[in-house]
Design a protein around this ligand. Structure first.
Ligand SMILES: Cc1cc2nc3c(=O)[nH]c(=O)nc-3n(C[C@H](O)[C@H](O)[C@H](O)COP(=O)(O)O)c2cc1C
Length: 212
């Protein structure tokens, strides 16, 4: 810490130190965030064969236009497909597709027809020439608007052109019900899947008690 930094922020630096007993333990510089999603990125290859891969490095990145980003290594077949077609789908799996999702993340579409192997159904999306997984309850149709090279991965940013949802996971109010969805997430340290579904509070509301 420079003398200048200490003078500008004296309290932050001297109240407590992160490595003191009882403080947080460093786990090092790692790819950790909670909760992480598990997306299934669907693309066609140059022969129009459907491929789908698991991706946990992703999330919503823009409200207007609605956007989602996924980071994909150049070694993935999906990466090649995305560079060529510039469109993709995101299928959001529920716990019912957990084993298939994992399989989609451990074999490559370069040498395996993942849909035939698992028995899941590829469906061509309505707004883009890319396949989604019929059995997944929620599907996003996207076109690539930007790519960003970030170290080991290319981040593909997609404009979301449509979201499709199974009737069976809609609540009485016509909106997706997280308890019915049972979407799976990924724990990047333990390398385990978890299921989402418990509502604990109303957003943009429970924090209001700290106003005044
Ligand atoms: C839970 C999980 C999450 C993954 N997340 C990513 C990711 O975000 N980016 C990536 O490049 N690979 C990720 N992978 C690895 C790819 O899914 C895997 O390499 C897959 O075989 C690529 O398929 P493809 O060659 O057909 O594109 C993940 C795998 C698993 C199991």
């Amino acid at each position: 810490m420079t003398r200048e930094g200490i003078d500008r922020f004296p309290q932050q630096f001297f109240i407590r130190h992160a490595n003191e007993p009882g403080m947080k333990r460093s786990l090092g510089a790692r790819t950790v965030a909670y909760p992480l999603p598990v997306f299934l990125v669907g693309t066609y290859d140059s022969q129009h064969r459907p491929d789908v891969m698991a991706a946990a490095w992703g999330g919503i990145c823009s409200s207007d236009p609605p956007g989602i980003a996924v980071s994909i290594r150049p070694s993935r077949y999906t990466h090649k497909n995305l560079i060529e077609t510039k469109v993709f789908t995101i299928s959001i799996p529920s716990v019912d597709q957990m084993a298939e999702t994992d399989f989609f993340g451990i074999v490559s579409g370069a040498d395996t027809d993942k849909f035939t192997k698992t028995g899941l159904t590829p469906v061509r999306a309505e707004h883009v020439d890319a396949p989604y997984v019929e059995e997944c309850p929620v599907v996003l149709e996207c076109r690539v608007t930007n790519t960003v090279e970030i170290g080991s991965h290319t981040q593909f940013i997609g404009e979301i052109l449509d979201v499709k949802c199974d009737e069976s996971v809609l609540g009485a109010d016509g909106k997706p019900d997280i308890a019915l969805l049972k979407a799976i997430g990924y724990d990047p340290i333990r390398m385990e899947y978890f299921v989402t579904g418990t509502v604990v509070g109303k957003a943009f509301s429970v924090g209001n008690k700290y106003r005044t």
